[in-house]
Design a protein around this ligand. Structure first.
Ligand SMILES: [Zn+2]
Length: 438
């Protein structure tokens, strides 16, 4: 769709969505009345900034046990097809209610992503993302229905290698680290991932450094595409042009806000991702979220037509705000550490598994970052060269950290462990790779 037509469609859907919120969402109906806002005056993208930015905390505050009903539930209970909960790593799990139409819209978003990556009739995809309370794997599976793709729903990356040799999948959906481990397991069993018939890997769930993508692509000898999705219904994905992730702008509206969540950032600047579900006129929605703060940050790459022909805006891989720490006034993300680990010269010695900790130095002004890296064989690892490669790439990407280092305010410290020697190896759940212990 041309930009002008797309913008007109977005406006039509913003107006319907706000009307729907006023009619069906107890939270928003109350909010409009309390703030004396006439919902019919919210007509454009700019008008959305007059509505509150809400976060996961607002969702939790409007559900049990904080209150006895669900303030964000925005459809009749009998119209709800499934009920989900977020993982709850940061407290009470958030409840999400989905109508069947929302399943179809999520599947539509994944279907577009897969098509834009070159998947089609005759492809076979292993879905390693977990099923259950997570909507991603389920709706990816539904996406295959209209594309003629066969799904192998393993739900995890630790499946028998016969899944590869017997069914010859052409694509795998998983996370970077799990796909690295799978390749290693195949090599250990005498199977070369490059010979496996897998043509494309689709990764998602977390930000990663270009270096780790390149390493993964090299291991499998195939293309690696990034996706970004969440229970709230964003499903963005890279197309074959790989110039950022396309946002399904007709179904989800994405604004980028300043750190105080007061104003939109200027085009091209990094901002917090704030989402609004966009409902097609007449659609129902089980859990309507307007101006929802994701805690993730990104930058708009462009709103012009992509080399692939699509007009939907493109964004950089979002990073988690929770994985960004400030060291002497400089922001640093886990991905900055990962880049240092995955330097090409390092991967001869390392498995790619790493964890880093920020400590206060003897002098309280000083920060020490201890980076622990898992070696394939600690005795054979050229530690000086790995440390040097890390330092060089880390400081090249973070020149202000080099200044801090020269002034004695920041130091890097390296540890090398045997396989399974990292602290995160013995902890359950999503690995925390950068921890602030200052
Ligand atoms: Zn594209």
């Amino acid at each position: 769709m041309e930009r002008g037509d797309l913008d007109a469609l977005i406006e039509e859907r913003i107006q319907y969505t706000i009307r729907y919120a006023n009619e069906h969402s107890p939270f928003y109906r109350h909010w409009f009345r309390e703030h004396r806002i006439d919902p019919s005056t919210i007509r454009t993208h700019d008008d959305l900034s007059r509505l509150p930015v809400i976060s996961g905390a607002a969702v939790r505050a409007n559900q049990p046990p904080a209150r006895k009903d669900y303030g964000f539930l925005s459809a009749a209970p009998e119209d709800i097809f499934t009920i989900h909960e977020t993982s709850g790593t940061s407290g009470t799990p958030k409840s999400f209610f989905l109508t069947w139409q929302e399943w179809e819209r999520m599947a539509e978003k994944y279907a577009r992503i897969f098509v834009s990556q070159g998947f089609g009739r005759g492809d076979r995809m292993v879905i390693c993302a977990s099923y259950g309370m997570n909507v991603g794997a389920n709706t990816m599976t539904l996406a295959a229905r209209d594309l003629g793709i066969t799904i192998i729903p393993t739900g995890k990356c630790t499946f028998p290698i016969r899944t590869i040799t017997n069914y010859r999948p052409t694509g795998i959906v998983g996370s970077v680290f799990k796909l690295i481990r799978l390749a290693r397991q195949m090599q250990a069993e005498g199977l070369d991932p490059e010979e496996s018939g897998v043509k494309r890997l689709v990764v998602g769930g977390e930000a990663f450094a270009d270096e780790s993508r390149a390493y993964l692509a090299g291991l499998w000898g195939c293309e690696v595409f990034n996706t970004y999705g969440s229970t709230e219904g964003t499903m963005c994905g890279e197309c074959t042009a790989r110039q950022g992730l396309h946002v399904p702008e007709d179904l989800v509206h994405m604004d980028l806000y300043d750190p105080n969540l007061k104003e939109f950032v200027k085009e091209g600047e990094c901002g917090r991702i704030v989402l609004t579900t966009l409902l097609p006129v007449g659609a129902k929605c089980g859990m309507l979220l307007i101006n929802y703060d994701t805690d993730d940050t990104t930058v708009v790459v462009g709103r012009d037509r992509c080399a692939c022909g699509r007009t939907h805006m493109r964004i950089y891989t979002p990073q988690r705000e929770a994985e960004t720490f400030w060291v002497a006034g400089v922001p640093m993300n886990r991905v900055d550490v990962e880049r240092g680990v995955f330097q090409p010269g390092n991967m001869e010695y390392l498995t790619g598994e790493y964890e880093a900790f920020l400590y206060a130095g003897d002098d309280r002004e000083k920060t020490v970052m201890r980076v622990s890296m898992e070696c394939r064989d600690p005795a054979a690892c050229d530690r000086d060269s790995v440390a040097e490669n890390f330092r060089r790439s880390f400081f090249a990407a973070k020149p202000r950290m080099r200044q801090q280092s020269d002034q004695g305010l920041f130091a890097l410290d390296f540890y090398f462990t045997p396989p399974k020697g990292l602290e995160l190896s013995s902890l359950p759940g999503r690995p925390k790779r950068l921890t602030d212990r200052r």
